[in-house]
Write a protein that binds this ligand. Structure first.
Ligand SMILES: O=P(O)(O)OC[C@H]1O[C@H](O[C@H]2O[C@H](CO)[C@@H](O)[C@H](O)[C@H]2O)[C@H](O)[C@@H](O)[C@@H]1O
Ligand SMILES: O=c1ccn([C@@H]2O[C@H](COP(=O)(O)OP(=O)(O)O)[C@@H](O)[C@H]2O)c(=O)[nH]1
Ligand SMILES: [Mg+2]
Length: 724
């Protein structure tokens, strides 16, 4: 039976050195809890780094055995791996880039090499455990290359990826020299998840611009499959926090603390040591609050927990010093014998004590400058079982998209943060209750178990969608069937679209000339069958490229036809009334003037507005504007506006490839019909074909055709086989 493999840089345990031996401490982290039901069942497993360097082979063997019982398998990292892959590329290049701290980014090719090497190490470890049809769920920015590495060896595996940190705008991603490899790496997955819609749209835009893969409604069209990109805001184990808040143990700790701080109001902040968390900025705001509101002295204090993290990375070391200094300054400026403004702890706390802090705090001040999600704010909400307390939350945390009833602040607006703290300190119990109750219902509903379920269901959905599209793939069996039918036929006919079907796409349409291979194929076919080139191209280009070929040509989607006899001239196939063109051309020209790079192509029956040379993004925007403008005008003229690949075309609806193909076959009997095309204009051809025809759409889009085929290369192979 297929199994599920969870992969993350860190395993949900921590490995500690004690008395010359290693000890494991299982992590109670949200992700570990949420995924517990998955990796602990059946043959499933979690693969990752145990979080310490272990060189001794005997110790390694021991660790492997012990982890095996916990349903985990380790990937051992050497000291160099830790320095270059973990501290280096992951936390000195990707982390600052993805959190918009470009000033901390390091561009070190050795770090990049280590990143590739360690991703490969993870891949090898997985391959030792994985079967071809397993589901592999990869987590986070340390492993961006892994999905594609896995895909190359396990083409049919189900691979999903979730990123826990933000995905920044293309403008940031483009700064990374290895951006293309990184994006292509992630695109090895079938499903790619982010915490928020903004992360996902940034990702889609970067993929479009950097890899050239296009997408629609969250589906990327890769060469041989679709990839779904979606937003899955992660939750916490709500009941665990709510239950712990009421437990005897936690309540005892709360009472003890309360006895010491009496009726002081408490502001709680909890973060890993990280510049993305905005800790110094928060201290500055607290300092300003104390300067502005003398009446609060002795009545309010801050409990600041900073959990040590990545302290070998230079920017983290400096941050630690800055925080130490600031806390020292505030306390030395304001402390009295019985009041300390900032209680600062540089360590982590056990769950019961953490819960006690959440319980005690009148206010949680969560003001990261950037955060993928931020779970601390959700844990605070879940712990407020007395329905009071105020959450102040940064707009820059993913969680702010869901927690709209918090007091939302811009962490860069120091005065705004000061005002928010004051508002929280003076908030009436009734308002506190309203806000916290509403926050609780959100956090409770979208908890970590719901998150895992929704993500896993989505994986299944994507696989079904992929299967639907590839079920019609032209495989060897189909090729043989077509070949046999073709060779048996006495009067075969072939309708072949040109761009995207017989050749690939190029930036300049005039460069898509037929090469020697294609000419040979068409020539060969024309000796055995009626060959009809059926294209949207203008007649002069087609006529020049295929001069002297014994084939029929339909140009401009069916406006012109040229039969194969040598003396034949281009004939108008449709009577064309072009009186509408002037009005429409004027409008299109206006949009050309406003859009550098855009141009108009005039065909007999249509006008086409091209934007493939326009700055990416702007082209789309203008096209949408022009679309709605033209749609309005089209009604009056009985015209049809169609969106194509980087074009907007307006034309008469009764002229199309299907009509032309039908007219060409009229009164004749063919015992073999094959039609191949790659876009919506070819769908008209497919629809017009009799039932016994073979119809093939290039690419894995939804289609009226009986079959899909991967690319023009496979089309050439198929046609090549017919003339052998
Ligand atoms: O493994 P470390 O280098 O010690 O760092 C700890 C983890 O930090 C990051 O957490 C993020 O995930 C949270 C849950 O999705 C999210 O709420 C938060 O906003 C993120 O910063 C990181 O993504 C993990 O990979 C690290 O293990
Ligand atoms: O002493 C502590 C302080 C915090 N946390 C946990 O650390 C996590 C921090 O997650 P968050 O998403 O807020 O930030 P990240 O560190 O992932 O960037 C939360 O689940 C906290 O409960 C902890 O285990 N021990
Ligand atoms: Mg085409």
């Amino acid at each position: 039976m297929a199994k599920t493999i969870i992969v993350s840089n860190r395993l949900p345990i921590s490995l500690r050195h004690r008395n010359g031996r290693f000890e494991f401490k299982p992590s109670a982290g949200g992700l570990a809890t949420g995924l517990g039901s998955i990796y602990k069942s059946g043959e499933n497993i979690w693969i990752g780094w145990p979080g310490n360097t272990v060189e001794d082979p005997e110790q390694r063997a021991e660790i492997i055995l012990e982890l095996h019982d916990l349903k985990m398998a380790p990937v051992f990292l050497s000291k160099e791996d830790v320095e270059q892959f973990y501290e280096g590329f992951s936390n000195e290049t990707l982390w600052p880039a993805f959190h918009y701290f470009t000033q901390y980014m390091v561009y070190n090719p050795e770090h990049w090499e280590a990143y590739v090497r360690v991703n490969q190490k993870f891949c090898d470890a997985i391959l030792k455990k994985a079967d071809p049809d397993d589901t592999i769920w990869v987590h986070d920015y340390q492993l961006l290359l892994l999905p594609q590495m896995l895909r190359e060896v396990l083409p049919d595996a189900t691979i999903a990826f979730f990123q826990h940190i933000p995905f920044p705008s293309y403008e940031i991603i483009r700064m990374i020299p290895w951006r293309k490899q990184l994006l292509e790496g992630v695109c090895g997955a079938d499903l790619i998840g982010f915490h928020t819609y903004d992360d996902m749209r940034h990702f889609l835009s970067a993929v479009g611009r950097i890899t050239g893969l296009s997408s629609e409604s969250g589906y990327i069209q890769a060469e041989n499959r679709i990839i779904n990109v979606d937003s899955f805001p992660m939750g916490i184990d709500y009941d665990k926090f709510a239950k712990q808040a009421k437990s005897k143990k936690t309540q005892n700790i709360v009472r003890e603390f309360r006895n010491q701080i009496l009726d002081q109001k408490l502001i709680l902040t909890i973060d890993r040591l990280d510049y993305s968390k905005g800790i110094p900025q928060r201290l500055h705001a607290f300092n300003q609050l104390l300067a502005e509101h003398k009446e609060l002295h002795g009545k309010v204090s801050m409990i600041m927990i900073v959990v040590p993290s990545r302290d070998k990375v230079q920017s983290y070391k400096e941050l630690k010093e800055e925080i130490d200094l600031l806390v020292g300054r505030i306390n030395s400026d304001y402390s009295t014998l019985n009041w300390v403004p900032v209680h600062y702890f540089y360590r982590s706390f056990p769950f019961e004590e953490l819960s006690a802090f959440y319980n005690l705090a009148d206010i949680a001040l969560v003001t990261p400058l950037r955060d993928g999600m931020n779970l601390v704010c959700k844990e605070y909400v879940a712990s407020r079982t007395n329905q009071n307390g105020v959450l102040i939350l940064s707009e820059m945390a993913g969680a702010s998209k869901e927690l709209q009833d918090a007091i939302l602040v811009n962490p860069n607006d120091q005065q705004g943060v000061v005002d928010a703290i004051y508002q929280a300190l003076t908030m009436k119990p009734a308002e506190q209750k309203d806000r916290i109750t509403s926050l609780q219902s959100t956090v409770k509903k979208y908890d970590i178990f719901q998150w895992v379920k929704v993500f896993m269901d989505r994986i299944e959905h994507v696989k079904e969608k992929q299967a639907e599209l590839t079920s019609k793939d032209v495989d060897t069996k189909v090729i043989n069937e077509i070949d046999k039918a073709f060779k048996k036929a006495e009067r075969p006919i072939l309708f072949l679209d040109y761009d995207g079907t017989l050749t690939g796409f190029v930036a300049n349409p005039q460069d898509a000339k037929p090469d020697a291979e294609l000419k040979a194929i068409i020539k060969g076919l024309s000796q055995k069958a009626e060959v009809v080139l059926i294209s949207g191209r203008d007649k002069d280009t087609l006529g020049t490229w295929f001069k002297g070929f014994q084939i029929d040509m339909i140009a401009e989607h069916g406006v012109w036809v040229k039969r194969k006899s040598n003396r034949a001239e281009w004939e108008l196939y449709a009577d064309v009334d072009d009186s509408w063109k002037e009005d429409i051309r004027n409008v299109m020209e206006y949009y050309v003037l406003r859009t550098p790079g855009a141009f108009i192509e005039e065909k007999h029956h249509s006008l086409v507005w091209h934007y493939r040379k326009v700055e990416s993004g702007l082209g789309d925007l203008r096209m949408r504007e022009l679309f709605s403008h033209l749609k309005y005008m089209a009604r009056g003229h009985n015209l049809q506006v169609l969106e194509g690949n980087m074009v907007l075309e307006i034309k008469r609806p009764d002229i199309n490839k299907g009509r032309a193909a039908t007219a060409l076959m009229k009164g004749q009997e063919f015992d073999f019909i094959l039609a191949i095309g790659d876009d919506w204009t070819d769908e008209d051809t497919f629809k017009a074909m009799p039932k016994n025809a073979y119809t093939i759409r290039v690419g894995y889009a939804y289609t009226q055709a009986n079959y899909n085929i991967k690319s023009f290369r496979q089309v050439r192979n198929l046609l090549g086989k017919l003339i052998q």
